[in-house]
Design a binder for this molecule. Structure first.
Ligand code: FES
Length: 309
C-alpha cells in the first residue's frame, strides 16, 4: 500500500507520532489490537511498528516511533525525512501479538512498548472487559500516551517511573507470583521481557504473550562495504558500509522476501556458496551457519560473498 503522512507530532523528546492515511480515503485493512505494519522508511530500511489504534473502518493508521540513539536507518530517517505529504510503502497489518477474546488481561508495557498495549487497552475498554495495565518507563516525560492511558484506564493503570522512584524497578515477582485467570501481554525492552519470562515459568502454558520484535538498527560503526555475487546471473552488487545486503539488493532492483528485518523471523534465509559470513541473526542453528545467511542483518567478513541467487 502507498500511505501518506498526513499528521505528525512529538509525543516526547524522543518519540514522534505519525498518522498515515490512504491516498484516496478508502478504508484500510483491519487493525487488530497488537498488530503491526512494516514501513519502508525514507532511508530504504524496512521497519515494523505497532499500530496505536485498533479498528476495522480506519482510513488512517497511527504509529509512534522512538528515535533509537544509534540509528543510521529506520527511526532516524522517519524522524528526519518523513514529513507531512511524504508517501511511504506500507505492508498490510500483520499480527503476531493477538489479543484473545475472552479472558481477563494483564497488560505490561515498557517504554515504547506501550504502542500495542495502548491498542489492546482501547479494545478491552470498549468491550467492557476485565483488564489492568502496568506501564514502566524511566521518566514520565519520556513516556508516550501517559495522559491517554490515565483517561482510558483510570484505576486499572499502574504507572512506574523508575528514575522518579530512586531507580527502583517494578516488583514483577510480587505481581506474578500467584498465577491468575489472566493472560499476560508484555511488550518492551528485552530486559523487561526476559524478566517477565523469568517470573512466569509456573503460569499455565499459553497464558503469557510477548511482542518479540525490536525495531533494531543492524548497521555498526565499523562495518565495511563488500561485494555480493549473485551466482545464477553472475551479477555483482556492491553493499555499502551503511546498508544491509537486503537493502543493497533492493537498491539495485532485486527484491527478496523479508518480514521482520531484524534477524528474528527466518524469512530472508539464503544459501551461501562462497565467502565467510558475519552472522547477526537470532534464528540460524549452529549447523546452518556454514551454508546460510539471513540477508536482513548479516554481512560478509571478507570482501566477497557468493549467494545462491
Ligand atoms: S526478514 Fe526476518 S530474519 Fe530477515
Amino acid at each position: 500500500m502507498k500511505l501518506q503522512v498526513t499528521a505528525r507530532r512529538a509525543l516526547t523528546s524522543e518519540i514522534e507520532e505519525f498518522t498515515l492515511s490512504s491516498l484516496d480515503k478508502t478504508v484500510l485493512p483491519i487493525a487488530e489490537p497488537g498488530a503491526h505494519i512494516s514501513i519502508t522508511t525514507p532511508s530504504g530500511a524496512r521497519r515494523r511498528y505497532s499500530l496505536v489504534h485498533p479498528g476495522n473502518d480506519l482510513n488512517s493508521y497511527t504509529v509512534a516511533i522512538k528515535l533509537e540513539q544509534a540509528s543510521r536507518g529506520g527511526s532516524k530517517s522517519m524522524h528526519e525525512l518523513a514529513s507531512i505529504g511524504t508517501i511511504l510503502d506500507v505492508d498490510t497489518p500483520d499480527n503476531e501479538f493477538p489479543l484473545g477474546d475472552k479472558h481477563p488481561a494483564l497488560l505490561i508495557a515498557g517504554g515504547i512498548g506501550i504502542t500495542p498495549i495502548f491498542s489492546m487497552a482501547q479494545k478491552l475498554s470498549a468491550e467492557g472487559r476485565d483488564f489492568r495495565v502496568i506501564y514502566c518507563s524511566r521518566e514520565e516525560n519520556l513516556a508516550a500516551y501517559v495522559n491517554e492511558m490515565k483517561e482510558l484506564c483510570g484505576e486499572k493503570l499502574t504507572l512506574h517511573f523508575s528514575q522518579e522512584l530512586g531507580n527502583t524497578q517494578f516488583d514483577f515477582w510480587d505481581l506474578l507470583m500467584s498465577p491468575t485467570k489472566e493472560h499476560v501481554y508484555c511488550c518492551g525492552p528485552n530486559g523487561l521481557m526476559e524478566e517477565i519470562k523469568g517470573v512466569t515459568g509456573h503460569w499455565p502454558e499459553g497464558h503469557i504473550h510477548f511482542e518479540e520484535f525490536q525495531p533494531v538498527d543492524v548497521i555498526r560503526d565499523d562495518d565495511k562495504s563488500f561485494t555480493v555475487v549473485l551466482n545464477k546471473s553472475g551479477d555483482e552488487i556492491k553493499i555499502p558500509s551503511d546498508r544491509t545486503i537486503l537493502e543493497g539488493l533492493r537498491d539495485s532492483g532485486y527484491n527478496f522476501p523479508s518480514s521482520c528485518e531484524n534477524g528474528s523471523c527466518g524469512t530472508c534465509k539464503c544459501q551461501v556458496i562462497d565467502g565467510e559470513v558475519d552472522h547477526r541473526d537470532i534464528v540460524l542453528m549452529n549447523d546452518e551457519k556454514d551454508s546460510t545467511i539471513m540477508l536482513c542483518v548479516s554481512r560478509a567478513k571478507g570482501e566477497r560473498l557468493v549467494l545462491d541467487l
